[in-house]
Design a protein around this ligand. Sequence first.
Ligand code: DLL
Length: 432
Amino acid sequence: MNYWNKYCECMEREELEKLQSERLIEAVERVYYNVPYYRNLMQEKGLMPEDIKGREDLNKLPFTTKDDLRENYPYGFFAVPLSEIVRIHASSGTTGKPTVVGYTRRDISIWSELMARTLTCGGATKDSVIQVAYGYGLFTGGLGVHYGAERLGASVIPISGGNTKRQIMLMKDFGTTVLACTPSYALYIAETMAEMNLRKDDFKLKYGILGAEPWTEGLRQEIEEKLGIVAIDIYGLSEIIGPGVASECLYKTGLHINEDHFIPEIIDPATGEVLPDGSEGELVFTTITKEGIPVIRYRTRDISSLNYEPCPCGRTHVRMQKVVGRTDDMLIIRGVNVFPSQIESILIDIGETEPHYLLVIDRVGNMDNLEVWVEVSEKLFSDEVRKLEELNRRIAHEIQSTLGLTVRVKLVEPKTIERSQGKAVRVIDRRK
Ligand code: DLL
C-alpha cells in the first residue's frame, strides 16, 4: 500500500483527535479576531474563543452556509489582508454572484500536499503521467489536481477539459497513465475513443481520479470496463479547499476525509442536530488549518454518512459514504454547478420571454445535456423566425458566458410548459 504521508494518514485516532482539538482552538481564535462576521455571530451567542476547548465543543459554534458567503461577497470572509492572498477561485452561487475563496501561500502548499495524498490514495506515483482534464480556471479541479500532481513528482499534462479527440491523441502519444476528470467526461472520452476506432489496449491508462459530481457504482463499472482502469472517487468543494477534502483508496469502500485539516459532522438538515455515527444526513465541515478563508461548520448540502471502522488500507481517517444526493436544488451538469435560480435570473435580465421555463436534463450518449425550455409570447411566436432564432442564440450565449455551460435553448409557445398546483416544477432530470 502506498501512502503519501503515512504519519498523518495512519495516525492513531486518539492522537488525531487531539491534533484536531488543538487546531480547532487556533482556527476559532483566527476567525474571532480576523473575521467580523464570525466575531459578531459568536458575540451574539455569548461565545468567546476560550469557550471552545476542543472538538467536543464544536457544536456550540454557529453553522456557515453558501448564502452567508454570498452575502459577504466578495472578500467578507477572508481572514487575512488581500496582500497575503496568492490565489482566488470561485464557484457558482444561487444567484448571479459566485462564491469567492482565497488561498494564502501556506494554503496552496497544504492543498498541494492533500492532493498529492489524494492521487497516491488512488494509485498514482511519481512515475505516473497524469492528464489533468478537469477545467482550469476559477473552478478548483484543474489547478488543484495540477499542484498535487507536481508535488507528487508525476509528469503533468495540463490539458484542461474539452477538445476530446486531441485529448485522446495526446493520451495515446504521451503514454498517459492517470486520467483526472469528471466521471461523465471520462465516459465521453471512452466513447469518443471507440468512435475513433481505438481500443483500450492502445493506451497505457491505469487509473482514473474522478469526481466533482455524483456518480453511481454502475457508472464506475462502465468507465472501468471501457477504459481498462481502476476508477477512484474524489470529493471536495471550493468553500472548503477544492478537491482534496476526501478520496477513496484502492479498496473503494468510502472516501477518507483528510481529518487532520477538516473536521466532518453529519447533521439533520431540517433541525441542524448532530446525528450519531453511521446516520445519513447533511455533511458539515470545519476547516482547521486554512488561513485565507477559514470556515466554521460549513453546510455542504451534500448527503452522506461517516464510517469510523478501520479500513484495510491502514488509513485511520474516517470514510464518508459516496455522496448520495443534495438537500438543495443545485444541479451538476458536466461538472458545472448550476442552480435553476441562476438561469431564471438570466432569463429575467434578457426580459423577452414569459416567466415560465423548464430545465430538462438528459444523458445523451453518456454526456449530460441541459435543454432550457422557455415560453415566449404569442406575438413573438407569430413573428419572423429570424427574431426567434436571434433570441434563442442570445439566451444560449448568456448562459454560456455566465455559467460556462453550453446548453440547448428551446423556445416554446405560450402554455406549453405544464403549470403546477403547488411548487413550480422547474427541473426534469432524466439522468436517474
Ligand atoms: O467540484 C471540487 C472538485 C474538483 C472535487 C475536482 C473533485 C474533483 P465545487 O465546484 O465547489 O468543487 O463543487 C462542489 O460538487 O458540494 C458536491 O455537491 C459536488 N461534488 C464534488 N465532488 C463530488 C463527488 C468541486 N465525488 C460540489 N461526488 C459538492 C458527488 C461531488 N458530488
